[in-house]
Design a protein around this ligand. Structure first.
Ligand code: KG4
Ligand code: ZN
Length: 336
């Protein structure tokens, strides 16, 4: 068998999306994602509910990925699956399923780090960044700047000390009465307003992030304004959203600018659900022009949690013969 001619089934279940993808020779043939809308009514992800939903969905999602790709399960060369970081119960469903498949088909099992896979989502479609590149991964669960030297050689340069960027959108949105997840709605309303309220940008040394101070500042600001004018939120909703978005985007932009200057790297990738934010795209595009960056945004289906990125990460491990033991356990935190 030619090792570069690999056919992989990949599974992702680290949080609230059950996903399966099929990859052939580095190309994604299918990428099926089943998102769990049920969490919206609780205002956030309920881990126990998430793992139960993964159990209900996983067989259907894997079957759909095989069907869309037009391939048989028995034709796979390896099974790749997220081992962490993520929610333990959610990860356990995917990894148990993946290991059982690898065992029964007698093919290699490849354990994948979810954060590395977000970085490698840039290698699914063209244009692809050149190494070394800096990746900002921003979602409801993560905020990280990673220096990728190669497909399998990455260093975390900075990460959030408290909330993730998407969480900052969602929690700020909750304060002003928006439903979960508030990020897309803040984005939409922000485009109708102006960032007239100067929320604080935390000054943190190095490349780490912090969003909890911003959340608290928004909370007190809204409390004080509503005391003076009970209709403040409804009357100024667009400007409030524009101000929240401006502050979050500015926190992200300043750190990536610092990282780019410090490491002398102008290949910059943005991954994760928050990469959909139009204010972020506009600001990064402006910065990119000013500082001569080559900017990369994966297609949205590969930005939010998906098995396509697990498949591409699995492919590069497969090429190196980097297989995992069936004893591999899920892990909650960490890059390795
Ligand atoms: O990657 P993702 O789908 O799931 C994980 O969190 O892993 O990201 C979801 C997050 C949520 O916090 C959501 O509010 C945020 O991404 N988000 C956005 C936008 N679209 C999704 N935040 C700001 N603007 C958007 N357009
Ligand atoms: Zn993720």
């Amino acid at each position: 068998m030619n090792i570069s001619s690999a056919r992989l089934l990949a599974i992702e279940s680290s949080c609230d999306d059950t996903s399966a993808a099929v990859l052939q020779d580095g190309l994604i043939l299918s990428n099926i994602v089943s998102s769990q809308a049920i969490h919206a009514k609780y205002g956030g992800i309920v881990p126990e509910v998430a793992s139960r939903m993964h159990q209900e969905n996983i067989t259907l999602v894997v079957d759909a990925a095989l069907l869309k790709a037009g391939v048989e399960l028995s034709s796979m060369d390896a099974i790749a699956c997220t081992a962490g970081p993520g929610l333990l119960g959610s990860l356990t469903v995917g990894i148990s399923f993946a290991k059982a498949l690898a065992l029964s088909l007698d093919i290699p099992f490849i354990s994948i780090n979810h954060m590395k896979a977000h970085v490698l989502s840039h290698f699914i479609d063209d244009p692809k960044p050149a190494f070394p590149f800096l990746c900002l991964t921003v979602s409801g669960g993560h905020t990280q700047i990673v220096l990728a030297r190669d497909y399998n050689e990455m260093e975390v340069l900075g990460q959030t000390r408290d909330d993730a960027a998407g969480e900052a959108f969602d929690k700020s949105g909750k304060i002003i009465g928006l439903s979960y997840p508030a990020g897309p709605e803040i984005d939409r309303l922000a485009s109708l307003g102006n960032p007239v309220y100067p929320f604080p940008i935390p000054q943190i040394d190095g490349l780490d992030f912090s969003f909890s101070g911003l959340k608290t500042a928004i909370m007190y600001f809204i409390r004080d304004e509503v005391k003076k004018n009970p209709d403040f939120i409804t009357q100024h909703l667009n400007d409030i959203c524009a101000s929240i978005q401006h502050a979050i985007v500015e926190i992200l932009a300043r750190k990536i600018l610092t990282a780019s200057k410090h490491y002398g790297i102008n290949e910059i990738g943005i991954a994760g659900g928050v990469a959909a934010n139009s204010g972020l795209r506009k600001r990064f595009t402006e910065l990119g022009k000013e500082h001569k960056w080559n900017l990369y945004f994966p297609a949205m289906q590969y930005c939010t949690d998906n098995a396509g990125m697990i498949a591409i990460a699995g492919y590069y491990q497969y090429l190196e013969g980097n297989f995992s033991s069936l004893d591999t356990a899920p892990f909650v935190r960490g890059m390795d």
